[in-house]
Design a protein around this ligand. Structure first.
Ligand code: HEM
Length: 349
């Protein structure tokens, strides 16, 4: 055993003390509450996506003539295919929901303020990539709704001033949906976006390690309680427990509400009602409230403001002399987000 140890030590010259120092960093007590440690949840779900995505890729075919049939084969004929596909679909839903909740927690605790502004920007890039991965994944099934959803998205992109028509061409690999469109979505969904997410997560977590997480204190905390606890093993155990609960939840959702097949895409028949996935309901309803150009320009403006929010927040504080000005903006934005999403969900047009 000691010879084996020596062999390993010589080849991987990392010592136990160094490893302990690297993983034992004390983390603030509030991370014991799930709401404050929500960042780990999308990371965990991303791993589920990669594993189930690789299994689906063994069977999926990205040409328009074969795509729908290959998904039908996975869902109805391949052994446990329905389960893997349903896990992938539910993990995507929960990942998007948990990224949004994590961002809300960061926002409402003002954890994006100096010196963490750049990590907020990295987080915004993660949000955009996660939403795009959801969009491209939905399109791969080549159902009526996903096909027409992608066509509508490309037309919306066309309305963006200056770069719009280039964006549409890039998305569709041409002026209209054609046989190269689906392979392009597939490369984006299965290679470009996941790799970008991995790189962004690495930078995000490096920043968190460098700055530490924001220290938060609560009224119900006893003064005798220590302020911090160890990352290893205590916080890791919390994260593992969350992971286990998520796996049970995912498995239950996949079994009770499995992914189904809609009708195959037909480019000649426009469906009566076109709806995107739930996470785009808010933008879709926004589009219906205004003319296309007003909706597109205002959406671009809102996204840009979200990217630079840490600096807008500083300006708001200076102008209003109120540290909590952003909280009021956040409350209005949350009501709008929920209101527009529910509105789009309950009406047919
Ligand atoms: C795939 C998506 C994401 C992953 C895996 C992730 C992961 C994490 C983790 C593990 C933490 C440590 C604290 C915690 O668990 O809450 C964290 C903190 C943080 N995240 Fe994220 N995050 C993601 C998306 C975002 C987004 C969308 C934003 C905002 C736009 C964001 C901004 C931040 C900031 C500013 C912190 C520091 C918070 C503090 O100091 O308390 N993250 N993130």
């Amino acid at each position: 055993m000691s010879r084996l140890n020596a062999w390993i030590q010589e080849r991987i010259p990392v010592h136990g003390d160094q490893l302990r120092e690297l993983t034992n960093e004390p983390v603030p007590n509030h991370l014991k509450r799930w709401w404050f440690a929500l960042g780990g949840t999308p990371a965990y779900l991303f791993v589920v996506q990669v594993v189930t995505g690789i299994l689906l890729a063994f069977y999926y075919q990205s040409s328009p003539s074969a795509a729908w049939e290959s998904v039908r084969y996975i869902t109805e004929d391949a052994r446990y295919g329905w389960y893997i596909r349903s896990l992938h679909k539910w993990a995507a839903t929960l990942m998007i929901a948990s990224v949004i909740l994590h961002q809300m927690r960061v926002y409402f605790t003002a954890a994006y303020r100096r010196p963490r502004e750049l990590n907020w920007v990295i987080g915004m890039c993660l949000l955009m990539c996660t939403l795009l991965t959801g969009f491209t994944g939905y399109s791969l099934v080549f159902e009526q709704l996903s096909y027409w959803g992608a066509t509508v998205a490309a037309n919306i992109s066309d309305a963006v001033p200056v770069i719009g028509s280039f964006g549409k061409q890039m998305l569709l690999a041409g002026d209209t949906y054609n046989e190269r469109t689906l392979p392009r979505f597939y490369i984006l969904h299965a290679a470009v976006l996941p790799t970008t997410i991995i790189l962004l997560m690495a930078v995000h977590i490096t920043f968190i390690r460098l700055h530490g997480v924001t220290e938060l204190h609560f009224e119900d905390e006893s003064p005798d309680e220590p302020d911090h606890f160890n990352f290893f093993p205590d916080h890791l155990l919390t994260e593992l427990t969350i992971g286990l609960v998520l796996m049970i939840l995912l498995s239950a959702l996949a079994t009770v509400l499995p992914a189904t097949m809609g009708p195959r895409a037909n480019p000649l028949v426009t469906p009566e009602v076109i709806k995107p996935e739930w996470f785009f309901y808010v933008s879709f309803r926004w589009l219906k409230l205004f003319s296309l150009s007003v909706a597109v320009i205002s959406t671009g403006f809102i996204i840009a403001a979200m990217f630079v929010w840490p600096w807008i927040d500083r300006l708001l504080i200076r102008l209003t002399r109120n540290e909590d000005a952003s909280v009021y903006v956040g409350i209005v934005a949350t009501f709008l987000l929920i209101g527009l999403t529910v509105w789009e969900a309950v009406v047919t047009h």
